[in-house]
Design a protein around this ligand. Sequence first.
Ligand SMILES: [Zn+2]
Length: 262
Amino acid sequence: MIKTILLRTIIVGIVSFLFGCCLAYSTRALYFNWLYNLVLYSTLNTINYPPIRNATNFDPIINDIESHLPVNHPYRDNDRVTWVHEGSHGIASQLRNQFGKPGFYLLENRAIILDRELLTTIGEVAKLVPVSLRGEVYQLYLVQSRRWWEHEPSYIFDEFVAYTNGSEARRQLCISSRGETIRYMLEFIVYSTSVIRSDKNTNLQTRLFIMWQIERAIKIYKQSGMSSNYLIQLRISPDANEFRQYMREYFGAKWTKQMLGF
Ligand SMILES: [Zn+2]
């Protein structure tokens, strides 16, 4: 059985490679990037997290959130972006209670459970954020939040996912206001990377999860047509030199160039 799977994998690999070589030069790089990411994320262990009830009265992305929460949950909001953001926190809290570990809801019945809480504090994470990259929500999430979350730094990932799900809602529902949700999501690329950097012994699953999250955030950002001064600062700020070097070494130079442009 294992031999058959291995043989099949080798054959699919060779065929995919030969197919890529046959492509025109201009599309070849795109194809190999796509193939590389496909293989990379195929090892990301997301779990299937099915709905706990039927929800059909709202937009699909709101139904997605609603169907994963009990009927009388407190996360509803008149604003649909906020509804998805807060609902994502609600589901994350359920996952944490159910599995006893940090867990996050990634929409479309997908969730991820980390193997453990990260071994650092939000205070330590905050120190690693270059001064030029301490954005609009740095004070709220990296300073004030320490009163409640100091020893649960995965809270930063929770906000990254909630802002990304909220931004996805903004995209799917063609909402032109609420641009700040995209800006805040982009800040969490830096804050989440700082969590990993501070944790030191982050495993492959957590690294892949944050790479996957960054890629999802960048895709939504690009589709929004907005331009981010924060991302420009991330590319060029002199005080972020060491931070950029860390990202290149930790996530891979090719991937970092492709995602973030440095
Ligand atoms: Zn939040």
